[in-house]
Write a protein that binds this ligand. Structure first.
Ligand code: GUN
Ligand code: FE
Length: 423
């Protein structure tokens, strides 16, 4: 009975980009960790269930972060004055190299996991670093916290500094060992194949990782078309490819079981058709794209085409783990795209961005991100009672929008994953 209850509160979720459901003082029924439904009045057949009373609070599905670097969390909010490649070389690689030291990793990942636990995120697809021991430590902490994340040991065997570069064979062998260790040790946390991006991986390494992913049915995550200098570099490295996405396809790293391609800022006009593949998820990371001056992503195009476009924090290109911030940033970036680039691409609204962070990002992890029947009961409870205002009579969606803009970093009041309350 532990994962069976009726939760009372002000419920909000979406069923499509254009359709949200708000139930003020409603009931969310969960049986055995799965959502039975959200109701205006508690149906008689559920009247014996234990009640979780969140009256007056917002009850929303847990959000999913499709792209975050745990090994960059410690320098969040710092060093935002460079573009991608220089930022990687000057700040990111030296920081990631510190995770060779397990004492450092222990302290750093405690901070990351504690902040993630108290955020609106219930699932995340995470880049760790190249270090297997530190990455397993991160998995252990996430499992203990109750967060069912995908965690990747990063692979990089070229164009990387000596202190953060693997030998090709060592990279492949340690990835296999890592996968086996995660699959045998953890119930919630799963492995994801994580070639950093084309400039960091030899063809030999990329092809080996593709085989591992296909043979074991594992998901893949990497970066695509984020920055203009990166695009030029990939063109030089893969002269036979017609696009950056085509370079991944030739290496066997396209689609597979399922793949997250982070950014895709410069895919429109080159490779947008390939992003309609049913096994590709786009992680739109608006905060990072702004901080690193990467560019303006056209979320409207992909959303209207029915692509799986979710949201990512991309910490530490992004400053914060808050998916509420990713939602409002996605709305703002889409307005700049519409105003400055293409006035036929209407800005996305709050509801659409919320759908991206909940349902679309969530679909990478299974049936999560909504309160429709059969979804995993990932639930977040937000207390918006402390926002001082004279405005009255707001609807549930308006209160959530206001909370996203005003309290994106506030620790959430309660969180459940698969119907189990973490706090
Ligand atoms: N491309 C390759 N590595 C990275 C990274 O760590 N962050 C971002 N934003 N882009 C990358
Ligand atoms: Fe990234």
């Amino acid at each position: 009975m532990e994962r069976t209850f009726a939760a009372r509160g002000d419920i909000y979720y979406t069923s499509s980009p254009s359709c949200s459901l708000s139930i003020e003082d409603g009931w969310l029924v969960v049986v055995d960790g799965k959502v039975e439904g959200a109701f205006r009045h508690l149906p008689e057949r559920y009247s014996n269930l234990p009640v979780k009373d969140f009256s007056g609070k917002l009850v929303i599905p847990g959000l999913s972060d499709l792209h975050v670097h745990a090994g960059q969390y410690q320098f969040r909010g710092l060093w935002m004055d460079e573009e991608l490649i220089q930022w990687l070389n000057t700040h990111t690689f030296p920081e990631e190299a510190k995770y060779r030291d397990e004492g450092y990793a222990d302290r750093a990942y405690d901070i990351f996991v504690d902040d993630l636990l108290h955020s609106t995120t219930t699932r995340a697809s995470i880049f760790a670093t190249i270090h297997p021991a530190a990455t397993l430590m991160l998995c252990r902490k996430l499992e203990k916290a109750g967060l069912p994340c995908l965690v990747g040991k990063v692979n990089m065997d070229r164009n990387s500094p000596d202190f953060l570069c693997e030998d090709t064979k060592e990279s492949i062998d340690s990835t296999l060992e890592y996968i086996e260790e995660v699959e045998s040790s953890f119930r919630l946390v799963r492995p994801v194949i994580t070639p950093r991006f084309i400039p960091s991986c030899t063809d030999e390494l990329s092809r080996a990782l593709s085989s591992i992913a296909n043979e074991r049915g594992l998901p893949v995550q990497t970066h695509l078309s984020e920055n203009l200098s990166e695009l030029e570099w990939v063109k030089e490295l893969c002269p036979e490819s017609t696009s950056y996405a085509d370079a991944y396809r030739r290496l066997g790293l396209w689609g597979g079981t399922r793949t997250v391609m982070a950014h895709c800022v410069y895919s429109l006009g080159h490779e947008e058709d390939m992003l309609e593949d049913a096994n590709i998820w786009i992680a739109h990371c608006p905060d990072s794209n702004t901080n690193l001056s990467s560019g303006l992503m056209c979320a409207r195009y992909y959303l209207d085409r029915g692509c799986r476009i979710g949201l990512g924090s991309d910490v530490a290109g992004g400053t914060t783990l808050s998916m509420l911030r990713a939602i409002t940033d996605a709305v703002k970036v889409s307005k700049m795209y519409w105003r400055h680039v293409d006035q036929s691409m209407k800005p996305i609204c709050f509801r659409e961005a919320f759908h991206m962070a909940s349902v679309i990002s969530g679909s990478f992890f299974g049936r999560v991100g909504s309160f429709e029947e059969g979804c995993d009961a990932d639930i977040v409870v937000l207390d918006d009672s402390s926002i001082p205002t004279t405005v009255e009579g707001l609807g549930v969606e308006e209160r959530l929008e206001r909370y996203a803009y005003l309290r994106p970093h506030a620790p959430v009041a309660h969180k459940a994953v698969q119907g189990r309350w973490l706090f």
